[in-house]
Design a protein around this ligand. Structure first.
Ligand code: ADP
Length: 479
């Protein structure tokens, strides 16, 4: 299948492809060329999508779990059958290397597969009654119309992990993708249409975030808002949605520590740190933002790590062998530069990189900083770029204290060969996710999510499905 089949420049609302006179231009970050234009919809179209979803809800919730499971499975098959074309489309608008883009399609598809299998396992409960003539049952029901707002760093998977769970639970969903990367979302509309999801059950609305978000939060027909993005926007959305007593799931920013103890396997830690830090050019909320290395292994790690990072190929994600693509936009580069210059002004050393890449545009050199300390901005603020800051610590206690010294609590990583230490540190870290001796932890079968300012709710796994279900208590009396 070709990319053209999935390249749509209209929104998919209530089962119809709709255009608008106002448009948003979408550019390829690798060459700054305009790829095309998508509709710049607003509140009115958001309202229309919600009305269509609300209309579709009664018959969608009435389908059997088996029917919903089969449709989720069909979604999975369609994504995998078109993995190459969808991967190319994703690289074109997002910039990540093609192998990573195809990997994202497979990762997104895996959520549809997982939830196709979970749809038939939405069990209720029978509670032993305290009354001889009464019985108590608990059933689970879909929450209702779900509205999702997603970022540009995973244009397919961030939608897939919300939509697959919503659909399996029996909820219609409306997706508002980031304006930098709408095409991968619209491609999901093409698939929804093709596999025969009922009209209104899956919509994609492109356009201005604030008015669409406001309609999502205010419209009484909406039951739930699910958001992935920055903590600032997440807090605003959550406050507004909760003001109307809607359910919320918030996957927000992180400030992930990657802790390497003296007793770690050095090569494994180097590979893990590379995968964790430089995936998607450092633009993921679970990328290591702070690499904490114990004093005894610090110099050896820094040397090996910098050597390996120096070998990374930077370029257009469509070129073979490229490991790091461009950053999404100029603003992202400026943040990276600010973090580096602040760190250097406070005593950090640039061990590698540190500059805009000679390719120009939004390419940045893979960067390693040594001698980084907690007073620097980079220690507090998510860099979201290809900069690896190396901090030094002495004891296990120090490592845990430094790691927890942040308002965020999403992903964390620990390298050690001491089992007792691994367990102690896992318990002590105030994070929603802890990976021991691994640099990548996302999978549809495990609960993804954070604590503290990193948000509420979980995605993926049996726990992720609960976020789309209401519990109903039924009492049967007069037996
Ligand atoms: P990022 O740094 O990933 O761009 P944002 O939180 O700005 O994080 O964006 C994530 C998503 O939230 C995007 O789809 C964006 O369009 C949307 N967004 C941004 N501002 C608002 C807002 N005020 N209300 C609703 N959605 C918003």
């Amino acid at each position: 299948m070709t990319v053209e089949k999935f390249f749509r420049e209209e929104g998919y609302i209530g089962g119809e492809w709709l255009s608008s006179s106002k448009k948003i231009a979408v550019t390829n970050p690798a060459n700054d060329k305009t790829i095309g234009h998508v509709p710049d919809f607003g509140r009115e179209e958001a309202r229309a999508a919600i009305t269509a979803a609300a209309k579709a809800f009664p018959s969608w919730r009435a389908t059997t779990a088996d029917e919903r499971g089969k449709l989720c499975r069909a979604f999975y098959e369609a994504l995998m059958d078109n993995q190459d074309a969808l991967g190319e489309l994703l690289t074109m608008e997002q910039g990540k290397p093609l192998t990573e883009a195809k990997g994202e399609i497979a990762y997104g598809a895996a959520f549809f597969k997982w939830f196709s299998e979970e749809a038939v396992r939405i069990y209720g409960d029978v509670i032993p009654s305290p009354w001889a003539d009464k019985r108590i049952v608990v059933t689970k029901e879909p929450v209702g119309v779900v509205c999702s707002i997603t970022p540009w760093n995973f244009p397919n998977a961030m939608i897939a992990r919300k939509a697959a769970a919503a659909l399996a639970a029996g909820c219609p969903i409306i997706c508002k993708p980031a304006s930098q990367t709408p095409y991968s979302a619209l491609a999901l509309g093409v698939i929804a249409d093709e596999i025969g999801l009922p009209k209104g059950v899956f919509s994609v609305i492109t356009g201005e975030a604030a008015p669409i978000g406001e309609e999502f939060c205010d419209n009484p027909s909406v039951a739930k808002i699910t958001f992935t993005g920055s903590t600032g926007v997440g807090k605003k959305l959550a406050a507004r949605a909760m003001g109307n007593m809607k359910r919320v799931s918030m996957e927000l920013g992180g400030n992930a520590p990657l802790i390497i103890f003296d007793d770690a396997d050095l090569d494994r830690a180097v590979e893990g740190a590379i995968a964790c830090k430089f995936r998607n050019a450092g633009q993921t909320c679970v990328c290591a933002n702070r690499i904490l290395v114990q004093a005894g292994i610090y110099d050896a790690f820094a040397e090996k790590f910098a050597k390996r990072v120096a070998a990374m190929k930077v370029g257009d994600g469509m070129e073979a062998g490229v490991e790091q693509g461009p950053m999404i936009e100029e603003k992202a580069l400026e943040k990276v530069e600010e973090h580096i210059s602040d760190a250097v002004s406070k005593g950090a050393k640039v061990a590698l990189g540190g500059e805009r890449h000679k390719l120009g545009g939004t390419f940045f050199e893979p960067t390693v900083l040594t001698g980084v300390t907690p007073e620097m901005v980079i220690a507090k603020d998510e860099t979201f770029g290809p900069v690896a800051p190396l901090f030094k610590f002495d004891s296990e206690e120090d490592a845990v204290r430094m790691a927890n010294d942040t308002e965020f609590g999403l992903a964390s990583y620990v390298y050690t060969n001491d089992l007792g230490r691994a367990w102690r540190v896992m318990e002590a870290l105030e994070y929603g996710m802890v990976a021991i001796n691994e640099g990548i932890l996302s999978t549809p079968v495990a609960p993804f999510g954070g604590v503290k300012d990193s948000g509420v709710g979980r995605e993926g796994s049996k726990y992720g499905l609960e976020d789309y279900l209401n519990i109903k208590y039924g009492l049967f009396g007069g037996l």
